[in-house]
Design a protein around this ligand. Sequence first.
Ligand SMILES: Nc1nc2c(ncn2[C@@H]2O[C@H](COP(=O)(O)OP(=O)(O)O)[C@@H](O)[C@H]2O)c(=O)[nH]1
Ligand SMILES: [Mg+2]
Length: 320
Amino acid sequence: MGKPADKQTPDKRPGFFARLKQRLNKGEGLGLRSLNWMSGRGLDAELEEELSDRLLLADVGVETTTRILEGLRTRGACEGGELQNALREELLAILEPCTVPLDISAEHKPFVILMVGVNGSGKTTTIGKLAHRFKGEGRSVLLAAGDTYRAAATEQLQAWGQRNDVPVVSQAPGADPAAVVYDALEAAQARQTDIVLADTAGRLQNQEGLMRELQKVARVAGRLDETSPHEKMLILDAGLGQNAMVQAEQFDAAIGLTGITMTKLDGGGRGGILLAIANKLNIPFRFIGMGEQADDMAPFDAHRFVDALLDFGDEGQLRE
Ligand SMILES: Nc1nc2c(ncn2[C@@H]2O[C@H](COP(=O)(O)OP(=O)(O)O)[C@@H](O)[C@H]2O)c(=O)[nH]1
Ligand SMILES: [Mg+2]
């Protein structure tokens, strides 16, 4: 499998979570290196206030920041490294329940993944990345161009289809997205395709219209196989901060999400929004994305994510 040997060759880059760590800690990040962990006074008022500021700045939100600080106080950790480990454990306690990998069981054929999210959140790009990943795992994939609102959306999906050598089912702009998805599922059944990735629009005349459309798409997807769609995945731009939380709540209320993929962790976001969402909503994180290339995505892993988030610097002790 000869890949072009350009300088973008993925294997030459540091690993995904190493890059994530660099990204999240460039500029300020959580900036935990600069806190005075070694004051010998443990979690005193000064350190607590600074830590609280950093967490809030990183989009962790008030509720979750309060939970974390309370947890630290309760633990009564005092030494620098001990305190750092306590913080790590607090974050893990929040994120670990949300580490549930997407389980694509072969008993559903095709396994149908409905992608939802506002315009620009990264749905189509994530479909391209997932198609690349699934193909790499030896599975067959078909894409459904359910964003019929903009002609460019279908073209963008077709480009990803070509790049990954997977078929795309589409109709003319303005077509009923539910009809496109139904067509795609029929085609996938006929071809014995393993996985269907269904794109959808992120903006219609209004929010209510969008949610109604998504409900309809999900309903129609259930006509050929009542267990479908098997995944209703929200795509969220991590750079949106607390707005991402609002979106998660709205989409969940409308269609009942089964997974979340966070994108643009290479953008302005500082990653703390995952803690806020995990603390509030019981929806697994499936993947995290950090860039526009096909392999700029990894399955979510609470341990590696927390490691990337917490950069204590060289003085940081007691790494596992
Ligand atoms: N930097 C960065 N850009 C991304 C990422 N994911 C998507 N994009 C870009 O964000 C823009 C919107 O993505 P798109 O997939 O079209 O969003 P959609 O409207 O939800 O389908 C495009 O320019 C993508 O290349 C990411 O993880 N990082
Ligand atoms: Mg799109």
